[in-house]
Design a protein around this ligand. Structure first.
Ligand code: NDP
Ligand code: GDP
Length: 330
């Protein structure tokens, strides 16, 4: 019989890529999804897997729905990707962020502990936990310094995962993933905001792109590569925590340059700095050290930033062209 996996946050970017990977590996994939998201499975459709996933309705704020999902799926692996995941929103909805992104993690861990503590668990931790960085390159040993309600909530999720591993000998892993993007990244995140705007500017639908601080640096990778690291963590003999990153960092400005140049434009002709997009506290630079993931998991990022941004611009060009054609044929 095929092994079963349960994925929370199945309608998100990573949920879709992870589900695709697990299906390719022969898993039965169960997607845990709040009812409000049921019309939001466009990412699963984009990857052509929406018919291959068994959806179980539930919300990570409701432990009873988690317990039911675990029993129904008979999952041997649970990937907790559900979160209020946008840093900007976390200042507007700090309590919801604490509840879903922080407490949601202990809800999943409790559901596992009460049902079958031998189930393997993956927690989606984040480089945002490093915030005001304490070391130039951030590894599993670098101290955290959160700069947003999102990062503070994720630190709770990270430590409670470690605590359940140590307290109850659960196979609980935390992946400290640096920013990862794709053509199905949420439009509010800066890479996708830029690639969507590049397509719209190139095709004559808009002229300007309003951004906040473009001198910040991020270590960006491709989501399709990063979900492989999640799966590898749960295949090891012992549970552990890993930084997943490319080991290179780039400014938002240079990322814009790559995106605009790809269609023959210059970013400085279109980008307008708008203080509305400044954050109350900024994470100026992130740079991951993925040495442990390479050594222990044999994992390395395969996709360069230029390849990633080109892939995203191409996908947005195709999408916007399709939208223009549809409007024209009405
Ligand atoms: P997305 O925002 O794309 O996906 C988040 C998912 O969580 C959505 O499917 C959302 O559903 C779901 N969700 C939100 N609230 C609940 C709830 N109460 N119950 C059940 N599901 C819920 O995030 P990504 O795919 O980009 O990221 C996946 C995880 O990895 C997140 O936890 C994120 O914080 C973390 N992470 C992401 C990084 C990145 O660069 N992408 C970097 C490091 C960590 P709906 O949309 O319907 O609300
Ligand atoms: P984050 O690292 O999870 O916050 O990912 P984002 O893609 O949302 O932001 C990455 C960086 O880009 C942050 O430092 C933002 O301040 C910066 N940035 C600059 N302009 C924008 C903007 O218009 N939107 C977003 N989302 N980020 C911006």
């Amino acid at each position: 019989m095929n092994k079963s996996a349960l994925v929370t946050g199945i309608t998100g970017q990573d949920g879709a890529y992870l589900a695709k990977l697990l299906l390719e590996k022969g898993y039965r994939v169960y997607g845990f999804m709040p009812r409000r998201s049921s019309s939001m499975n466009w990412r699963l459709q984009y990857l052509n897997i929406d018919q291959d996933i068994e959806i179980i309705e539930g919300d990570i704020m409701d432990v009873s729905s988690l317990i039911r999902a675990i029993k129904k799926s008979q999952a041997r692996e649970i990937y907790n990707l559900a979160a209020q995941s946008f840093v900007g929103t976390s200042w507007e909805q700090p309590i919801l962020t604490a509840q879903v992104t922080g407490l949601g993690v202990v809800n999943v861990l409790e559901a596992i502990r009460l049902t079958d503590p031998s189930i393997r668990f993956y927690q989606a931790s984040t480089s945002e936990m490093f915030g005001l960085i304490q070391e130039a390159e951030q590894s599993e040993k670098t101290p955290f310094y959160p700069r947003s309600p999102y990062a503070a909530a994720k630190i709770y999720g990270h430590w409670i995962t470690i605590n359940y591993r140590e307290s109850f000998k659960m196979f609980a892993c935390s992946g400290i993933l640096f920013n990862h993007e794709s053509p199905i990244r949420g439009i509010e995140f800066v890479t996708r905001k830029v690639t969507d705007a590049v397509a719209r500017i190139k095709l004559g639908l808009q002229k300007e792109l309003f951004l906040g601080n473009i001198d910040v640096k991020r270590d960006w990778g491709y989501a399709g590569d990063y979900v492989e690291a999640m799966w590898l963590m749960l295949q090891q003999e012992t549970p552990d925590d890993y930084v997943v990153a490319t080991g290179r960092t780039t400014t938002v400005r240079d990322m814009c340059d790559i995106a605009f140049k790809h269609v023959g434009l210059f970013y400085d002709d279109h980008v307008v700095i708008d203080p509305r997009f400044y954050r109350p506290a900024e994470v100026e630079v992130l740079l991951g050290n993925p040495a442990k993931a390479k050594e222990k998991l044999g994992w390395e990022a395969k996709t360069s930033l230029a390849e990633l941004i080109h892939m995203m611009v191409d996908a947005d060009m195709e999408r916007v062209e399709r939208e223009i054609k549809m409007l024209g044929s009405r």
